[in-house]
Design a protein around this ligand. Structure first.
Ligand code: ZN
Length: 375
C-alpha cells in the first residue's frame, strides 16, 4: 500500500488476523513461529512485541562461503563438467543473493541444454553470469550504425573512467548489444564482498556514471537521451552522500529528511514531514549540484586526456560487440587484441532447424554427410 491515510485496508486486516491466530498459542506449548519478510520496515510494532515475534535475525547477502554452499544446493541435480569449480564461481559473483545464484545455475543449465551438451561447463556459467548481471540480450533490436557508434563511444566513456579510477570497482564487461531497455552496458564487479563504501568510492561512481554523457559530448558535441538513467543514478548517489551519509563538508555529519521513498514503504503519507527548513533544502540542492559539477569537470579533463583510448575501445566494440576486462586492459595499454574464439549459442529455433535438417539429410542420403577422412 502507498500509505495514504489510515483505514481498514488489506494490510491492516492481515495484521489483525495474524495477531489473533498467534494469541491462540500459549507460551508453554513449545510452538515456535518463524516468519520471513524482505520488508521489515513496514512491520507493525504490535507484531514485534515480546511474546509474538521477539527475535529478529537479519539475513544478509551471502559471503563467498555462503555463495559456494548455495551453489552446491542448486547444482545438486545438474551434471557439472569437470572444469566447473563452484568455489571459483562463488568468488566471481560478489553481491549475488541466493535467488541470483539459483538463477545462475538454471541459466547455465539451459545454455548447456541448448547446445546439446551432457554436462554444464565453465563457459556456460560465464555466459549465464552475464545474463544474470546484465539482463538477456535483445539481438532482435535493430540499431543503425550511427546509433551503434554513439553507444560504443558512450560505453567507452564509462569504461575509461572505471579503468583509470582505482576507487571504482573494476570493470567486468562492456557490451553494445542491447539488453533489457539499455542500448549498451558497462558492468563493474566488486573485487570481493563489499560491506561498506567510502566517500571516494561514491565519487568514483558519480564519475563513471558521467563518463558516458561526457564522451558523447567530446566526440559528437551533442546530447542524447542515452544518459538519462546514468544521470538519475548519479543524482541519487550525490543526494544520499549529502542527506544520508553526512559526506558533505558544507552540510556536515547530519542526516536530512526521513528515509526517501517512505511513501511506498507503507508509512502514512499525510503525516510525513521534512525535518529541515526550506533554506536547508536550498542548500542541499546547491551542494548536490556543486558536487556533481566538480566530478563533471574532473571527468571532462580525464576523457579529453584519454580521448584516443576512448576511441580505440569504441572501435573494438564496433568490431567485437563485447569486451571483457582483459581485452579492455590490452586496448588501454595500446597492445594488440588477442584473437578470440567466438562461442555461438544457437537459439531454440535454430537448434530445432538444425535437427530437422539432419533428419532430412538422413532420409535423403541415408545419414548426415560424413567428414572427409584426414590424410
Ligand atoms: Zn551510460
Amino acid at each position: 500500500g502507498a500509505g495514504l491515510g489510515g483505514g481498514h485496508d488489506e494490510r491492516e486486516q492481515t495484521l489483525n488476523q495474524l495477531l489473533v491466530e498467534m494469541d491462540g498459542f500459549e507460551s508453554n506449548e513449545g510452538v515456535i513461529i518463524v516468519a520471513a519478510t524482505n520488508r521489515p520496515d513496514v512491520l507493525d510494532p504490535a507484531i514485534l512485541r515480546p511474546g509474538r515475534f521477539d527475535r529478529r535475525i537479519v539475513v544478509n547477502r551471502p559471503d563467498v562461503r555462503g555463495r559456494e554452499e548455495i551453489l552446491k544446493v542448486h547444482s545438486k541435480r545438474v551434471p557439472l563438467a569437470p572444469d566447473v569449480d563452484l568455489e571459483i564461481i562463488a568468488r566471481g559473483t560478489p553481491g549475488f543473493a541466493g535467488a541470483d545464484l539459483e538463477n545462475l545455475v538454471n541459466e547455465a543449465a539451459l545454455l548447456a541444454a541448448r547446445q546439446d551438451k551432457d554436462a554444464v561447463a565453465r563457459v556456460d556459467f560465464e555466459l549465464a553470469k552475464d545474463k544474470v548481471l546484465m539482463g538477456s540480450e535483445r539481438r532482435s533490436a535493430v540499431m543503425t550504425d550511427e546509433e551503434k557508434w554513439n553507444t560504443a563511444i558512450h560505453e567507452a566513456g564509462h569504461a575509461v573512467v572505471m579503468i583509470t579510477n582505482d576507487n571504482h570497482d573494476p570493470v567486468h564487461k562492456v557490451t553494445i548489444i542491447p539488453r533489457g531497455r539499455a542500448l549498451g552496458v558497462t558492468m563493474p564487479l566488486p573485487r570481493g564482498d563489499v560491506f561498506s563504501r567510502t566517500k571516494e568510492q561514491f565519487e568514483a561512481q558519480i564519475q563513471s556514471a558521467l563518463g558516458g554523457r561526457i564522451a558523447e559530448e567530446i566526440f559528437f558535441g551533442k546530447l542524447t537521451t542515452g544518459a538519462a538513467n546514468d544521470l538519475r543514478q548519479l543524482t541519487q548517489i550525490a543526494r544520499a552522500m549529502v542527506c544520508e551519509y553526512g559526506m558533505s563538508d558544507k552540510l556536515g555529519p547530519l542526516t536530512y529528511g526521513s528515509e526517501e521513498g517512505s511513501v511506498f514503504l507503507g508509512r502514512d503519507y499525510t503525516s510525513r514531514q521534512n525535518d529541515y527548513s526550506e533554506s536547508t533544502a536550498r542548500e542541499i540542492d546547491q551542494e548536490v549540484r556543486q558536487m556533481i559539477q566538480t566530478e563533471y569537470d574532473r571527468v571532462k579533463a580525464l576523457l579529453t586526456e584519454h580521448r584516443d583510448q576512448v576511441e580505440a575501445i569504441a572501435k573494438a566494440l564496433m568490431d567485437r560487440e563485447t569486451l571483457d576486462a582483459e581485452e579492455l586492459k590490452a586496448i588501454f595499454e595500446g597492445r594488440e587484441l588477442p584473437p578470440r574464439e567466438r562461442v555461438i549459442i544457437p537459439s531454440y529455433a535454430e537448434r530445432d532447424k538444425a535437427k530437422q535438417d539432419k533428419r532430412k539429410a538422413a532420409s535423403i542420403f541415408g545419414g548426415p554427410p560424413k567428414p572427409a577422412p584426414s590424410t
